[in-house]
Design a binder for this molecule. Structure first.
Ligand code: NAD
Length: 496
């Protein structure tokens, strides 16, 4: 059985740990590899390697660091489809969706290629007579990243390329459910010429993460995953005096105004709700129909009901299986709860299975209407191919509903009215807003800006905010004397 290696000090090594977890193909639950839970000494070796590499890497010219990213970007593009195939096998994602996962990661590497401009500080000449002030951004040291299962290419690539381009070194702990894709990303990083120790990859679960969170040589922690784990990681990291950014769960609403283009709304909502089996943190899981737009719900349900799950290489498949039997059982139990709580199940995917692949983690597309705020299918993140439809009278009611929700990752509004769109974008308490765009994931020259329970921290992923997250600012005030000091000792705090 293939064992996923650790990457320590520039070498892929087999873990000596006896504790292994099966990596499975979600379409049939066949074991395709085993992933180790790294031992404490292996974890320490990874951090020590990153620490040693930092001493040299921080002094490597920024243009050389950018060139490493250029070579890496070229290799990722060259191996794009092959990475996507590995990704499909361990996540069950359709090939097209897997390619999107890889591509959105490559876009962040492209941003990292621009690191010289991103690191520029500020200067002001003559802040006082003969005195100039200027600032530099300097790397922090060893940074750690803990990533979820649902984007095994994109989310690791949100983290280590920018951190490393900024002069840091990195220890990545990918999801134990799909570690093959991050391993391939790391292989290509070495092939691009990354010196040893820049990127280390360790595997495991809670215990390995906690070790990183308590390790004195880790300076900053980036996390993406569920709310309870995000809260735990943010608290533990900051209690241990580390910088932390933790991206967590979501419940994203799309608001549909009656003046919107119906065909565009329905087509967009199908993919945004059940695409990737609903396992996207920016998936639309609640559709809020305003006024007469509620009459479109049966047609939307009909369209969603026609989406067929299937294997990764089936071009007709709308989405694949869920990641694990546990994830499937949880989604099935949420669907049952929705029915028991009185929601109207217009499309029920709980009985779906793929003929010939009955042992896979299948759930078919599911649509509920008459969902209310008290129901658990509304309150909890389902993370499955389930759309909850709600109806309200006015735009104000929709805004109030979305703002009462404790999550704030993404939202969208469909309308033909600029005034309604402007009101929504201004008043909504959610970090990423789409106007006639269902899943508004920003490109990497902006930042990924979830709010409320979808994010714990201050500085967000990628864009200028990530560069600030992975650096310290040093501000220098300098004077070069031409003559003797003219006025004798300065006993004040003023610059003169
Ligand atoms: P998860 O929280 O179960 O796991 C994420 C990572 O944390 C994994 O690497 C895992 O090994 C580690 N982990 C798990 N339990 C831990 C513990 N007790 N202590 C320390 N580390 C622990 O999340 P998941 O199921 O892999 O991913 C799905 C979740 O991620 C969903 O809630 C989704 O909304 C969220 N997500 C959010 C974003 C975002 O940008 N906001 C993006 C993608 C996914």
């Amino acid at each position: 059985m293939k064992q996923i290696p650790l990457l320590i000090n520039g070498e892929f090594v087999a873990s000596k740990s006896q504790h292994m977890l099966d990596v499975t193909n979600p379409a049939d639950n066949q074991v395709i590899a085993q992933v180790p839970y790294a031992s404490t000494s292996e974890m320490d070796a990874a951090v020590a390697s990153a620490k040693e590499a930092f001493a040299t890497w921080r002094n490597v010219p920024v243009s050389e660091r950018a060139r490493l990213m250029m070579r890496y970007q070229a290799l990722l593009k060259q191996h794009h489809d092959e990475i996507a195939e590995v990704l499909s096998q361990e996540t069950g994602k359709t090939f097209d969706d897997a390619k999107g996962d890889v591509w959105r990661g490559i876009e962040v590497v492209e941003q990292a290629m621009n690191i010289p401009s991103l690191l520029m500080g500020e200067t002001v000449e003559n802040v006082a007579r003969g005195i100039d002030t200027y600032s530099y951004t300097q790397p922090l040291g060893v940074c750690a990243g803990i990533t979820p299962f649902n984007f095994p290419a994109m989310i690791p690539l949100w983290m280590f390329p920018l951190a490393i381009a900024a002069g840091n070194t990195f220890v990545l702990k990918p999801s134990e459910q799909d570690p093959m894709t991050p391993t391939r990303l790391a292989e290509l990083f070495l092939e691009a010429g990354a010196p040893k120790g820049l990127l280390n990859v360790v595997h495991g679960g809670a215990q390995q993460v906690d070790h990183l969170l308590h390790h004195p040589d880790i300076k900053a922690v980036s996390f993406v995953g569920s709310v309870p784990v995000g809260q735990h990681i943010y608290k533990t990291a900051t209690d241990n005096m580390k910088r932390a950014q933790c991206f967590a769960g979501a419940k994203n609403h799309s608001v549909i105004m009656p003046d919107a283009n119906k065909a565009q709304v329905l087509n967009n909502l199908v993919g945004a709700s059940v695409g990737a089996a609903g396992q996207r943190c920016m998936a639309i899981s609640v559709a809020v129909f305003v006024g007469e737009a509620k009459d479109w719900i049966p047609e939307l349900a009909d369209m969603i009901g026609k989406v067929r799950p299937g294997l990764w290489n089936d071009k007709q498949a709308g989405f694949g299986p869920l990641i694990s039997p546990r994830a499937r059982d949880r989604v099935l139990s949420m669907i049952e709860q929705g029915k028991a709580e009185g929601a109207n199940c217009l499309v029920d995917g709980s009985g779906f299975t793929l003929p010939g692949h009955e042992s896979g983690n299948w759930v078919g597309p599911t649509v509920f209407s008459e969902v209310s705020e008290e129901m658990s299918i509304y309150k909890e993140e389902i993370f499955g191919p389930v759309l909850c439809c709600m109806a309200v009278d006015e735009l104000e009611d929709a805004i109030a509903l979305v703002n009462r929700n404790p999550y704030g990752n993404g939202t969208s509004i469909f309308t033909a009215s600029g005034a309604a769109a402007r009101k929504y974008q201004h008043e909504i308490e959610v970090g990423q807003v789409g106007i006639n765009v269902p899943i508004p994931v920003p490109l990497p020259f902006f930042s990924f800006t979830g709010w409320k329970n979808s994010f714990y921290g201050d500085l967000h992923a990628y864009g200028k905010q990530a560069v600030r997250f992975y650096t310290e600012t040093k501000t220098i005030t300098s004077r070069w004397f031409e003559d003797d000091i003219p006025h004798g000792p300065n006993m004040t705090i003023s610059l003169r």
